[in-house]
Design a protein around this ligand. Structure first.
Ligand code: BT5
Length: 326
């Protein structure tokens, strides 16, 4: 808390020095205690210049995850208020469930530097080493349950746009919710509904983005990629995290105000594989067809032998025909 107050004081005077005396007076700390806090901030990646006569000047905030640096970039009314950063948790979605039971409300965001048992859909494993963005957003949207399920589509749009904004990379969405670059998965989304029937439904949107590490650090031969691999340098994870939340809040408002039509259009604009031959796998059965798009509820529409067939996300997997990228 004290560190956040010091950062607020420094950030209020960009490019200027703030004297140790001013800080110690405002925060009721000794000069030695201020110096200690500044040192601790430097240890977490803040670049702060110290001049004996003039005081302290904030030069740069860290690119690694940092609560203050994320909060500073938020333009949201609800999402990320509050935002809690953890060193390591089993899964941010599991922690979110626990916190919902204890009364956590709309907009709370949980971010972790590492997850020891990150989860994908259908209890699949999601590897979450240091350097990624692993977060869960708790939402109590003003939407009927059937509509709320579409929030995962909205999350796909938000993540795609935030990654594009921050990195300039041309990422796309692979149905239903993977964020991909040239056929390799960069990010995944896990949407879960919590709550009793008849009570206000709570949705947890779990978002995982492979950022400042190499896919080499992941176990197994996964078709995965990371921002570091694609860009060759570290991405500012605070800008990225805040960017996702800023975009997500706008998508949520769109959904609450306007309904799905514009959402499906916006999703299709960012989707990969539309109009291409794809393979859909359901149990033992495979279907080869042309991907037409998605229905209003987010089901995949495939054209086979002149007829359209719909597949829901839970039951099938989508694959590119060999040689094609997406
Ligand atoms: C997903 O599942 O893509 C949803 C991932 C959601 C992760 C976030 S992180 C924060 C929050 N807390 C959690 O515990 N989870 C959420 P799915 O489509 O089922 O993909 C899972 C599959 O992706 C695995 O079976 C692997 O094949 C592959 N995989 C695992 N880790 C990966 C990684 N880091 N990058 C790319 N692919 C990965």
């Amino acid at each position: 808390m004290i560190r956040k107050c010091i950062l607020d004081l420094l950030a209020a005077r960009p490019g200027e020095y703030v004297s140790g005396e001013v800080i110690s007076q405002q925060l009721k700390l000794t000069r030695a205690a201020v110096w200690k806090q500044i040192k601790a901030l430097k240890d977490t990646g803040y670049e702060i210049e110290a001049q004996t006569k003039s005081g302290y000047r904030l030069l740069r905030s860290p690119v690694g995850l940092d609560e203050w640096a994320i909060e500073r970039e938020l333009t949201t009314g609800a999402l990320g208020h509050p935002l809690c950063l953890f060193e390591e948790v089993d899964s941010t979605n599991e922690l979110a469930k626990e916190q919902i039971r204890q009364g956590a409300g709309h907009g709370r965001v949980l971010v972790a530097r590492r997850q020891s048992s990150g989860r994908g859909r259908l209890q699949r494993r999601w590897q979450s080493p240091d350097g990624g963005v692993w977060m869960s957003v708790i939402l109590k949207p003003d939407l009927p349950l059937a509509e709320a399920a579409k929030l995962t589509l909205a999350a796909g749009i938000a993540v795609t746009d935030a990654v594009r904004d921050v990195t300039g990379l041309e990422v796309g969405i692979k149905w239903p919710n993977d964020i991909v670059v040239e056929g390799k998965k960069l990010a995944g989304i896990l949407g879960e509904v919590v709550g009793e029937w008849n009570s206000i439904q709570t949705i947890i949107l779990g978002i995982g983005i492979n950022a400042n590490f190499l896919s080499f650090d992941l176990e197994g031969d996964l078709p995965a990629t990371t921002l570091q691999e694609l860009l060759g340098y570290d991405t500012n994870l605070n800008l990225l995290t805040a960017g996702v939340l800023n975009r997500l809040e706008v998508e949520l408002q769109r959904l609450e105000n306007k309904g799905l039509n514009s959402l499906t259009d916006r999703w299709l604009e960012r989707a990969v594989g539309i109009g291409q031959e794809v393979i859909v796998i359901r149990g033992e059965q495979t279907y080869l067809g042309v991907m037409q798009g998605i229905t209003a509820s987010g089901a995949l529409v495939l054209k086979l032998a002149g007829e359209e067939m719909e597949f829901t996300a839970g039951e099938v997997r989508l694959r590119a025909v060999s040689g094609a990228y997406f």
